[in-house]
Design a protein around this ligand. Structure first.
Ligand SMILES: *Cc1c(COP(=O)(O)O)cnc(C)c1O
Length: 375
């Protein structure tokens, strides 16, 4: 059996075959490495995939979040509501812009922010809510959008882990995550569900005005050549990365379906183990399993991880410490105990290998070892 990895990009490369070199060679031939035709074509294709939203490519997912806050005119002293259990980038950009980060606890089931805690997290200086669609399924957007509407707040969706997943409305209607709020942000980091072979990101919005503003801010605030209307940043997706993404986008749904099938198989082996909670599947969302994340309920997570490691099985902890307890973000306003669910998840979660090229043999080997540990 092939050695196990959390993500196996070598198998992906084999799957793409000679088309990959051909796509890269086209860029090498025209040498328009920045703002080449691949970038605008990819933006158009992703826009079509997402149902027609504006797509503004940028340098990475962190920049996407920063650009979103800048385009909403968030100013020092304004606040944003951010889940305490997420990747650091979501909060980092707010802190960099000198915004106040108001943390909110997350659900033990879907790992997204808890809408019933929004009122408590709210203050009059709050400008935006940044829900994160963690591990590949939607935060409870209907409640979040309703609260935002009531208080006149912007919603910036962090879709870095959920590109291709869909929100399911009570009517049964579906809509791609990242297109429900005012602005959606995503990352094309290599291990994401749609990843390039370097850094990349994109921003989505239905608003013509915000789209123009985002594009301008991402390009040094430039209005017309050497006319700088506002202070911007340099944040670009490059042509080589766009060429790779154009090749991979048509496979995104298929790759996500393969992840879902892998998760189904994991579930079938693991769901009857009392000490484990297999990933919850929210009725309001499809799940594209960016991560297959278990909760280890009996306090033996570290022992399980060591046991798996001895048997050649990598397993990762996303995330070992909630953000309100990180040295860089600690404040007297949020002592330990402020967000019991986030703090508990940091001690319980364990993610198993997950990617579109996991074989059934690999999954059953991994799952059998997990079962053996609890036997
Ligand atoms: C990966 C990720 C980001 C940041 O994306 P980069 O492209 O690495 O900057 C932001 N938020 C979440 C939830 C992520 O998983």
């Amino acid at each position: 059996m092939r050695p196990l990895r959390m993500v196996d990009l070598e198998l992906e490369r084999r799957f793409l075959g000679p088309r990959l070199e051909a796509a890269l060679n086209e860029v090498l031939a025209h040498t328009q490495f920045i703002r080449g035709p691949e970038v605008s074509r990819f933006a158009e294709e992703l826009s079509t995939y997402l149902g027609g939203t504006h797509v503004i490519p940028c340098a990475n997912g962190t920049d996407a979040l920063q650009l979103a806050l800048m385009a909403l005119d968030a100013k020092p002293g304004d606040a944003v509501i951010v889940p305490a259990f997420t990747y650091v980038a979501t909060a980092e950009v707010a802190a960099l812009l000198r915004l106040e980060v108001r943390w909110i606890d997350v659900s033990l089931d879907h790992f997204g922010l808890l809408p019933e805690k929004l009122e408590e997290a709210y203050a009059p200086n709050v400008k935006a809510i940044v829900p994160v669609h963690l591990f590949g399924q939607a935060a409870p957007m209907a409640e979040i959008l309703a609260f935002a509407r009531e208080k006149n707040l912007a919603v910036i969706e962090d879709t870095a882990q959920a590109l291709g997943a869909e929100y399911i409305f009570p009517s049964g209607e579906r809509q791609k995550l990242g297109t429900l709020g005012d602005i959606g942000c995503t990352s094309f980091f290599p291990s994401k569900n749609l990843g390039c072979y370097g850094d990349g990101g994109a921003i989505f919005t239905a608003s013509d005005r915000l789209a123009a503003r985002l594009a301008r801010i991402a390009n040094h605030g430039q209005d017309s050549l050497y006319e700088f209307a506002e202070i911007g940043v340099n944040s670009r997706l490059d042509s080589l990365q766009a060429a790779i993404l154009r090749l991979k986008l048509p496979h995104l749904d298929e790759f996500n379906a393969r992840r879902r099938a892998a998760a189904d198989l994991y579930d079938s082996y693991l769901r009857d183990i009392p000490a484990l909670q297999v990933p919850y599947r929210a009725p309001w969302s499809t799940h594209i399993f960016h991560q297959y994340t278990l909760r280890v309920l009996d306090g033996r997570r570290e022992a399980l991880r060591a046991y798996l490691s001895e048997r050649g099985i990598p397993a990762m902890i996303y995330y070992p410490k909630p953000l309100h307890l990180q040295p860089a973000y600690r404040s007297a306003a949020y002592p330990e105990g402020s967000f019991p669910n986030a703090e508990r998840l940091a001690k319980e979660v364990l993610s198993l290998p997950m990617h579109p090229f996991l074989s059934e043999d690999q999954i059953s080997y991994i799952a059998e070892q997990v079962r053996a540990f609890f036997r």
